[in-house]
Design a protein around this ligand. Structure first.
Ligand SMILES: NC(=O)c1ccc[n+]([C@@H]2O[C@H](COP(=O)([O-])OP(=O)(O)OC[C@H]3O[C@@H](n4cnc5c(N)ncnc54)[C@H](O)[C@@H]3O)[C@@H](O)[C@H]2O)c1
Length: 368
């Protein structure tokens, strides 16, 4: 079968580009989001049949539109199915399931601060449904957790044995604690039901398909630089972030999925960059004349963030390989096309001025 099929389902509408039977079948929640869509690309490319469940609350149909083309599923590539559904309400998938990758969750600060109850729901109920689906099929389960479980960390770099420093009642707790609960639930299913689980603690990831100005530091800076808007740096910009290109993150997630490791395993790039330095790099590579504007630090903003990836290197043989400037260039090219502006020069006359998240959230602060 080829092409796309529409039908109403209990959980929402379904769109399918069909493939053939007898292959590994992988469920990806949040697969129409930024990281999830790149993960779906990689899974389909290696020949897996992917069922993507997404409510499109922060994801985008355009991120997976190419996977719904009739040619997908042909020539040895895997197939792709998009199910538009809220996984907090349930997770019904017919047929065999070999792996469940649970990425559904708001991830940028403005997204989870705008939808606090939904964020807690998908971290708790959504994770429970995904674990039960995996457990019921004897499938491997992978949780996309986050470096935010370390909160504003007291140790540097952050290794997996560090228990974190999270304010449980601050505004960001809806995300941090949802992920901490999701980790606890994952381990409880492994211990009590023998579910085959893996926990990835993903550090800041960037790349094409980040929504321009979505409140994460790279997307805000690039969108601002490309449109000539001032780059908003929260605080003095001395806080650090460690930025991992999305292809590297996806390779780390697939390495963990393919291993027998339970984790948690940090997946991130240990190259630490101050937010002020990142702003300068973005201005240089886009040739933008944008100014840098300082704003007060948001509440509970982590001051340093850097993964210790010793465990990922040792047990997965994984380490990131894309240098920051190269990754930023690829991301800038994509975002410029998205915004309809030239990639190499923003500034007031850079063309196609688009409002790009000047007030979109803690650009210099808390991208997850
Ligand atoms: N990008 C990063 O830097 C980063 C860092 C750490 C952890 N993560 C984790 O990776 C995952 C993906 O993050 P992302 O950056 O791609 O974010 P994203 O917002 O682009 O993707 C999340 C996806 O989940 C979907 N979703 C949200 N709630 C849902 C629900 N109830 N039911 C179904 N779908 C739902 C959204 O529509 C979206 O497509 C998240 O779990 C996030 O916590 C990301």
């Amino acid at each position: 079968m080829t092409g796309e099929r529409h039908r109403a389902a209990v959980t929402g509408e379904r769109h399918r580009a069909a493939g053939t039977g007898g292959r590994r079948r992988v469920v990806v929640t949040g697969g129409a989001g930024f990281v999830g869509s790149h993960l779906c690309d990689a899974l389909v490319a290696r020949g897996d049949d992917v069922v993507c469940l997404d409510d499109l609350s922060s994801g985008n149909r355009a991120n997976v539109a190419h996977l719904l083309e009739p040619s997908v599923g042909a020539g040895g590539r895997g197939s792709f199915e998009l199910v538009v559904a809220d996984v907090s309400a349930g997770l019904a998938v017919d047929g065999p399931v070999d792996a469940v990758l649970h990425l559904a969750s708001p991830a940028s600060p403005p997204d989870y601060l705008r939808r606090p109850l939904q964020t807690l729901a998908v971290g708790s109920e959504g994770t429970r449904h995904a674990l039960e689906l995996a457990g019921g099929h004897g499938a491997r389960f992978l949780l996309a957790s986050t470096s935010e479980v370390y909160g504003d960390p007291g140790v540097h770099p952050q290794h997996e044995e560090y228990w974190g420093n999270v304010n449980p009642v601050g505004p960001r707790s809806v995300y941090d604690e949802a992920k901490r609960f999701a980790e606890a639930l994952t381990m409880a299913h492994a211990r009590t039901r023998g579910t085959d689980v893996a926990i990835a603690r993903i550090f800041n990831t960037y790349g094409p398909r980040l929504r321009p100005g979505d409140g994460r530091v790279v997307s805000n800076f690039l969108a601002q630089a490309l449109t000539g808007a001032p780059l908003t740096v929260y605080g003095d910009g001395s806080q650090t972030r460690s930025l991992c290109y999305v292809d590297d993150t996806v390779a780390g997630l697939l390495a963990l999925l393919g291993s027998a490791e339970r984790g948690p395993v940090n997946i991130g790039n240990p190259a630490e960059t101050s937010v002020a330095d990142l702003a300068r790099r973005v201005l240089a590579l886009t040739g933008s004349a944008s100014a840098i504007e300082h704003r007060p630090l948001p509440e509970d903003d982590p001051t340093r963030r850097c993964p210790d990836i010793g465990r990922a290197r040792a047990v997965l043989g994984w380490a990131p390989s894309v240098p920051l400037d190269e990754g930023l260039r690829r991301c800038a090219a994509w975002m410029a096309a998205e915004l309809g502006v030239p990639a190499g020069g923003g500034g007031p006359d850079g063309g196609g001025r688009v409002s790009a998240g000047g007030g979109g959230g803690p650009a210099g602060g808390g991208a997850p």
